[in-house]
Design a protein around this ligand. Structure first.
Ligand SMILES: *Cc1c(COP(=O)(O)O)cnc(C)c1O
Length: 411
C-alpha cells in the first residue's frame, strides 16, 4: 500500500505491520488506526484534481488502504449528496443546515462504505470468511460485499433486528444467526467463533479498515463545503465509527494542508433507552460503562458498550462538542418532520440526529448563523413503516372515485 506507513494503536501508539490482518492492539487491546505518509500524499495529488475522477469514495484512494492498482470490492458507494435543508432550517430558526444523505448508498446506509473497504482488505489478505455481530445494517452490508467478493459471510444479530436488514444478509447468501440480547452478546460469540474457524472478525472498530471507509464521509464533506468545515456536526452514535472516521478525515486533511479550519464541534446523539456515551459525557468520565437494559427502535443506536467509548469521548472533548439523548417519541416526530418538510424519509437513527436540533434549540444553544451538518446515516425504507394515517380507499366507480378525490383535496 503506497502511502500507508503503519497501523497504530490509538491509545499506546504501538506500531503494527500493515501487511498482516490487523485486529486490536496486541499490547494494550485498544482500537487501531491506519496511518499514512500524508506529506507524500499531498505531494502526489492536488485537491482540485479530485473532481475529475469517478465519483464515489474511491476517488480518495491515496488516503485508503488499497494496494497499487487494486480494484476495490464496490457497489458504487459514497459520493452521496450534501442536501441543503432550507425548510427544516427555517423551522429551527437556522440559516445553514445540510444533511449528508447516506441513505443513498448501496444497502441504504453508510455501513456500505465501511464494509466495502473492510471486505476489500479481507479479500486481499486472503481470509477464509468474514463474521460480524450487528444490529442489522452492518450485517446486511457485510453480506452483500462478501457476495461481491466471493467470500463466505456469517452474521449474528439480536432477535428483534429489523427484517429488511436480515433479509438483505440472507438473500446475499450469508449464514445468519439470531441471539437473545444485544449486539454486545453477539460480539462475544462472534469473537469466539471467528477465532475457532480462522475467519476475520469485522466487529465495530476491532479492526481498522471499516473506519477508513467511514472516513470518506468526512473527506467528501470537506470537498462539498469547498474545503471548509461546518461549525457543528451532529452524528447518531452507536459504536462511533462514523464519528471517529469523520474526525480522522478532518485531521488528515489538516495535516496535508488541504483544510485550514478547525474541526467542527461534534455532537453525539443517542436514544434515551441506550445512551452510554451521553452518560459518560455528563459524568465527565474518560470512557463509557455498559448500559444495562438497552431499548430503542433505532437499532443502530442499540450499542450498550461501544468498544471505542474512550476515543469517542476524546473527540467530543477535543472539539468542545457534546452528547445528547433523545426520546423515542422525539425520534418518531423528527422522522415525520424531515419527510414532510424536505421529502427525506430517514432511518430512526438519523431521525435522532434531527431531533437533537430541538434539544439544542430548547437549551438556546442554536444561533441562526451556525453552519450545521446532520449525518443522515440511513434510509427509512429499511425499517417497519411508522404508524401513519391509512390511505383513503376509493369507491369502485370512476365517477364516485373522482368525486371522493376532489372532496378530499378541497377540504
Ligand atoms: C450503524 C448505524 C448507526 C450507528 O453507527 P456507528 O458507526 O455504530 O456509530 C447509525 N445509523 C444507522 C442507520 C446505522 O445503521
Amino acid at each position: 500500500m503506497r502511502f500507508v506507513t503503519h497501523i497504530e494503536c490509538t491509545r499506546c501508539g504501538h506500531a503494527h505491520d500493515p501487511t498482516r490482518v490487523a485486529t486490536v492492539c496486541g499490547t494494550c487491546g485498544q482500537m487501531l488506526a491506519v496511518r499514512y505518509d500524508l506529506g507524500q500524499v499531498a505531494a502526489h495529488v492536488r485537491r482540485d484534481q479530485l473532481s475529475a475522477r469517478v465519483p464515489g469514495m474511491y476517488r480518495f484512494r491515496e488516503l485508503l488502504p488499497l494496494l497499487p492498482d487494486e480494484e476495490p470490492v464496490t457497489l458504487g458507494e459514497g459520493g452521496t449528496p450534501l442536501l441543503p435543508l432550507p425548510r427544516l432550517a427555517a423551522h429551527f430558526g437556522l440559516r445553514h443546515l445540510w444533511a449528508k444523505d447516506e441513505g443513498q448508498n448501496p444497502t441504504g446506509t453508510f455501513k456500505a462504505r465501511g464494509l466495502s473497504m473492510a471486505i476489500t482488505r479481507a479479500r486481499s489478505l486472503g481470509t477464509r470468511g468474514v463474521m460480524i455481530p450487528s444490529a442489522g445494517n452492518a450485517g446486511g452490508a457485510a453480506a452483500v460485499y462478501a457476495a461481491r467478493a466471493g467470500l463466505r459471510a456469517a452474521v449474528v444479530v439480536p432477535r428483534e433486528t429489523p427484517a429488511a436488514a436480515v433479509a438483505e444478509a440472507l438473500i446475499a447468501g450469508a449464514r445468519v444467526f439470531t441471539i437473545e440480547g444485544s449486539i454486545a452478546t453477539a460480539g462475544q460469540v462472534v469473537s469466539g467463533s471467528a477465532a475457532a474457524l480462522g475467519w476475520f472478525d469485522l466487529s465495530t472498530l476491532k479492526e481498522p479498515y471499516r473506519l477508513e471507509g467511514k472516513k470518506t464521509i468526512g473527506l467528501e464533506l470537506a470537498e462539498q463545503l469547498e474545503w471548509t468545515t461546518p461549525d457543528l456536526l451532529i452524528y447518531p452514535t452507536g459504536g462511533g465509527t462514523g464519528l471517529l472516521g469523520i474526525a480522522k478525515a478532518y485531521e488528515e486533511l489538516r495535516a496535508m494542508g488541504w483544510l485550514q479550519r478547525p474541526l467542527p464541534r461534534f455532537v453525539a446523539v443517542q436514544a434515551e433507552g441506550c445512551a452510554p456515551v451521553v452518560r459518560a459525557w455528563l459524568e465527565k468520565a474518560a470512557t463509557t460503562t455498559p448500559w444495562e437494559h438497552p431499548v430503542t427502535s433505532a437499532a443502530g443506536l442499540r450499542v450498550p458498550a461501544p468498544f471505542a467509548g474512550r476515543q469517542i469521548l476524546e473527540v467530543l472533548r477535543a472539539t468542545s462538542g457534546g452528547a445528547i439523548a433523545v426520546s423515542e417519541a422525539a425520534i418518531a416526530d423528527a422522522q415525520r418532520l424531515l419527510a414532510r418538510l424536505e421529502g427525506v424519509w430517514v432511518a430512526p437513527e438519523a431521525a435522532a440526529a434531527v431531533s437533537a436540533l430541538g434539544v439544542l434549540k430548547d437549551r438556546r444553544d442554536l444561533s441562526s448563523d451556525l453552519r450545521i451538518v446532520l449525518i443522515v446515516t440511513g434510509t427509512g425504507i429499511k425499517y417497519v413503516p411508522p404508524a401513519l394515517p391509512s390511505p383513503l380507499a376509493l369507491p369502485r366507480s370512476d365517477d364516485a372515485a373522482v368525486a371522493t378525490i376532489c372532496r378530499a383535496l378541497r377540504e
